[in-house]
Design a protein around this ligand. Structure first.
Ligand code: DX5
Ligand code: ZN
Length: 226
């Protein structure tokens, strides 16, 4: 079954704890934390102080998406904040393949801390960059917007990339997490292309409906047969 990971980037930060708890109660499978440094992407968001605040509030895994330069300098800091007696083997830290010429070493380091490792690819980054990393990752993050902001439109040309990622992974136990511009309207074709985890920020935390209903809408859309 497809997993849904609400991104806190679109949450109301004045009541972040409540919104994250509501997402868990509303059926979220993971909570996606977008970490931005103002260098790798043109926006600044949150650091370990926020993962530290959220970790005690939820039981579902945390999916920490590092959109930062020199991610190797911060992995330990993030893992420390979530390693508070919960089962961190289901939590995940993802780094962008574009951030290091030694990404293999960075992924090994993530695994050594006992969490799942993910490698993220910007829209223009070829899928082939992960070909020799498949034994070292638990998930691949296919970016379907240029990272930096919530509420952007899904880049349609990423559908074939998701399909090819599925082919490349074959029967290996690696999740395909798709991140950016996902709505109840396009979720089905993204899932059909091969996504196993859908990240959704604005589609979940917009105030047009409750967080629970917004998660449900995405889940129902994926299930519909055409
Ligand atoms: C983009 C982030 C995404 C994004 C999701 O830089 O990595 O997680 O905020 O938000 P929506 O679903 O609104 O595109
Ligand atoms: Zn993200």
């Amino acid at each position: 079954m497809i997993k849904i990971a609400p991104s806190i980037l679109s949450a109301d930060f004045s009541k972040l704890g409540e919104e994250v708890k509501e997402a868990e109660k509303g059926g979220a499978d993971l909570i996606h934390i977008d970490v931005m440094d103002g260098h790798f992407v043109p926006n600044i968001t949150v650091g370990p102080i926020v993962t530290k605040a959220i970790a005690p509030l939820i039981k579902i895994p945390m999916d920490i998406h590092l959109m930062i330069e020199n991610p190797q300098d911060y992995i330990k800091d993030f893992v420390k904040t979530i390693d508070i007696g919960r089962d961190i083997s289901k939590d995940c830290v993802s780094v962008h393949v574009e951030t290091s010429p030694h990404i293999h070493r960075v992924l090994k380091e993530i695994k050594n801390y006992g969490v799942m490792s993910g490698v993220a690819l910007n829209p223009a980054t070829p899928l082939e960059t992960i070909k020799y990393l498949l034994d070292d990752i638990d998930l691949v993050v296919i970016m379907t917007v240029n990272p930096g902001f919530e509420g952007q439109s899904f880049i349609e040309s990423m559908i074939p990339k998701i399909k090819r990622a599925k082919g490349l992974i074959g029967d290996k136990n690696i999740d395909i997490l798709v991140d950016g511009g996902i709505t109840a309207e396009n979720a089905k074709k993204i899932a059909d292309a091969g996504a196993t985890i859908l990240v959704a920020g604005s589609a979940v935390f917009n105030k047009r409906d409750s967080i629970e209903n917004n998660i449900k809408k995405i889940r129902e859309a994926v299930k519909i047969r055409v």
